[in-house]
Design a protein around this ligand. Structure first.
Ligand SMILES: NC(=O)c1ccc[n+]([C@@H]2O[C@H](COP(=O)([O-])OP(=O)(O)OC[C@H]3O[C@@H](n4cnc5c(N)ncnc54)[C@H](O)[C@@H]3O)[C@@H](O)[C@H]2O)c1
Length: 401
């Protein structure tokens, strides 16, 4: 059976690499550069080994393409394209719409369309299906299902195979075919009663993280004001064997999911007359962490950062990945620069970012640790500046949250 995966990023390429063991996979991506890289056997996604990709290419089980016509003989099409926020911080479904256009214009016989992109409840039923029908002039009746992606890039213990996967079709045939597809490479499949439940569950999972991270970030500020250690307090609370889950403070949230998905939930809630004030506030608390951190650093350094050489250590949105999407480091750097600091950053995992290169881990007046990759030596951080502020809880004996 031939499967098309629309979008060859973190989600799409990861799924492609798993599915290629059982299906012939066509990876469709609008980026010609990515397509060329992939067809040469180079994987740009952490967690998908280039060697595995090369193996599937040689076996004729995988190829990438930017030509929509190449998906025309597929029987299953998986959508894995970005679902960002627009400039007004509202859900932006333009990538989904473009994927629907590719599907509608190129698939002339009925297939199973599965959406893995994260979006608000109702997207499959009220946006994807009508869009594909419109682009195909209602000439074919496809089956439609959702199976939201839960992959956590950089994670060693849970992957596509052992992370339980939710799924639901618009009808029972779509549900059953979706189960058959994923059962080849996923151990645990969880059917839910409607696509809207699956879509909402995905958003709620990430909203749960956003809200709890905001709560612990607020608590870090309270603990500092009270003169107690936030980490010791959290460890103490965590001795309770039930009813508590430990989250740790940070400079904020980053990546494609946690800062974005709750806003999708809030937007659809408000459209339906249910104000999502708590979700909105959590987002604000996390965004405000960067300012709080810079205020603390400024206060510790004589109330003035003018001309000070500040090194931000770690700009990826989380440890051990090169992903800088929505990274909290960006706001920390902005606030430091607005105080007149001369800011550089060190992150050899990221390397280059926004036209700047990773600076050496040394010679600063102030170091602010935003993300600590395992490869970064704690002793080198401590030696990089006479004053170190740690937002990660991983550098001992210095000022921090
Ligand atoms: N990255 C994660 O950890 C993660 C986890 C769970 C869910 N998700 C969700 O999965 C979806 C995809 O995220 P991602 O992280 O894989 O994004 P990504 O940015 O890594 O990859 C998206 C890919 O889609 C391509 N693309 C854009 N428009 C296209 C189109 N019209 N047709 C074909 N290709 C197109 C881009 O060139 C890019 O290669 C999003 O909805 C995201 O919220 C992501």
């Amino acid at each position: 059976m031939k499967v098309a995966i629309i979008g060859q990023g973190y989600v799409g390429l990861t799924i492609s690499a798993f599915a290629a063991e059982y299906f012939e996979v066509v990876g469709f991506d609008t980026s010609q550069k990515i397509v060329e890289q992939l067809n040469s056997g180079f994987s740009h996604i952490e967690g998908v080994e280039s060697a595995l990709l090369t193996k599937w290419i040689k076996a004729g089980r995988y190829r990438a393409t930017a030509q929509g016509s190449e998906i025309s003989d597929c029987e299953i099409v998986v959508i894995a394209v970005p679902t960002p926020l627009n400039l007004d911080r509202k859900p932006d479904l333009t990538f989904i719409d473009a994927a629907c256009k590719t599907i509608g214009e190129n698939l002339k016989k009925p297939v199973l369309v599965i959406n893995e992109s994260t979006s608000f409840p109702g997207t499959l039923r009220n946006f994807i299906k009508p869009a594909i029908e419109r682009y195909s002039n209602n000439s074919v009746e496809h089956l439609y299902a959702i199976s939201p992606e839960r992959v956590d890039p950089g994670r060693g213990d849970y992957n596509q195979k052992n992370t339980p996967r939710l799924y639901a079709g618009l009808n029972s045939e779509a549900t059953e075919k979706t189960r058959e597809f994923y059962s080849k490479f996923c151990d645990v499949l969880v059917a839910v009663s409607s696509p809207e439940v699956a879509e909402a569950a995905k958003l709620f999972e990430n909203t749960f993280r956003q809200v709890n991270i905001a709560l612990v970030n607020e608590f870090a500020q309270i603990a500092h004001a009270l003169g107690i250690s936030v980490y010791e307090t959290l460890d103490a609370a965590n001795t309770k064997p039930y009813g508590f889950m430990k989250f740790t403070p940070s400079a904020g949230v980053g990546g494609h999911c946690i800062p974005v998905d709750p806003t999708y939930l809030a937007a659809v809630a408000e459209e339906h007359g249910a104000p999502a004030t708590f979700i909105r506030r959590a987002n604000e608390v996390n965004l405000e962490m960067s300012e709080y951190i810079v205020t603390r650093v400024t206060a510790d350094n004589g109330g003035n950062l003018q001309g000070k050489r500040v090194l931000v250590v770690g700009v990826a949105y989380k440890p051990n990945v090169a992903d800088v999407r929505e990274t909290a480091a960006e706001l920390v750097i902005e606030h430091l620069r607005s105080q007149g600091a001369v800011v550089s950053w060190h992150d050899e995992v990221v390397g280059n970012w926004k036209g700047e290169h990773s600076a050496p881990l040394e010679g600063a007046d102030i170091a602010v640790v935003v993300t600590k990759h395992d490869s970064v030596d704690e002793k080198k951080i401590l030696a990089s500046a006479p004053y170190v502020f740690d937002t990660t809880g991983k550098v001992s004996g210095v000022r921090g949250l």
